[in-house]
Design a protein around this ligand. Structure first.
Ligand code: PGA
Length: 257
């Protein structure tokens, strides 16, 4: 973690909670964080139908709110989809884009993800571009190739200002929800590679500003190790973000490292 980049820790609630559970979790987080907070930037990403309620609860708190996805089209006849313009009315800060579960279960391609990133920028949402290799790809030695392809397709043609604002999240698929988090050194290697890609695309200054998060079985015991690595600027947290005490411990990683 460099001193020029403010650490960022985002909770991804996925499709886990009912409305009352999302409300309850948001209230607990707000209370816990209010009393102790002097930490990284943070946000949580509830499901679409819970966004407004959670955002209203977290009003005035340091915890921001993000969406888990968006449709890249402009408003119109796209039944069942939710576009960036609709999300921007909710005054959200982030949109997770290209999460591996979207790629795996909903067939999202690199081109879809690239369009979504542009749609997020269109309305002032900060895109969080998720990328990462499968276990098979890692074992075949093609991690670098996969990462270069996914990140390259997503950032192509973006201005350096956009590249500095964009957040990236390296999430090796084999580490998501498995309890097998990546070795810090292996994650750092990928993060350094990605910062190199950003530098080629936008120059040194912009690349030094861009935050690259790690995600995949992050918890309060391992988060400090990741954040100590030079090019790891925060965490995208799934399972552990559903437990308010654990999530707040993750936010307070500096106090217990
Ligand atoms: P996990 O999920 O923390 O449960 O591994 C991370 C993610 O999918 O963003």
């Amino acid at each position: 973690m460099s001193t020029v980049r403010r650490p960022l820790i985002i909770g991804n609630w996925k499709m886990n909670l009912g409305l009352n559970q999302s409300i309850g979790l948001a209230k607990e987080l707000k209370n816990l964080v209010a009393s102790i907070y002097a930490g990284p930037e943070t946000a949580v990403c509830p499901s679409f139908p819970h966004l407004l309620a959670v955002r209203q609860i977290l009003e005035g708190s340091v915890i921001g709110v993000g969406a888990q996805d968006l449709a890249p089209q402009k408003p119109g006849a796209y039944t069942g989809a939710v576009c960036a313009e609709q999300l921007s009315e909710l005054e959200l800060r982030f949109a997770l884009l290209g999460h591996s579960e979207r790629r795996q279960f909903f067939g999202e391609t690199d081109m879809d993800v690239a369009e979504k990133i542009r749609a997020a920028f269109r309305v002032g949402l900060v895109p969080v571009l998720c990328f990462g290799e499968t276990l098979e790809q890692r074992e075949a030695g093609s991690t670098e190739e996969v990462v270069v392809r996914q990140v390259g397709a997503a950032i192509e043609g973006l201005e350096s200002q956009a590249l500095a604002t964009l957040v990236l999240a390296y999430e090796p698929i084999w580490a998501i929800g498995t309890g097998h988090s990546a070795e810090v050194a292996d994650a750092q290697d990928v993060h350094r590679l990605v910062r190199g890609l950003l530098q080629e695309a936008a120059g040194e200054e912009s690349a030094q500003t861009t935050r690259i998060l790690y995600g995949g079985s992050v918890n309060s015991s391992n988060v400090g190790g990741y954040l100590a690595a030079e090019d790891i600027d925060g965490a995208l947290v799934g399972g552990a973000s559903l437990d308010p005490d654990e999530f707040v411990k993750i936010l307070c990683y500096q106090d217990h490292t």
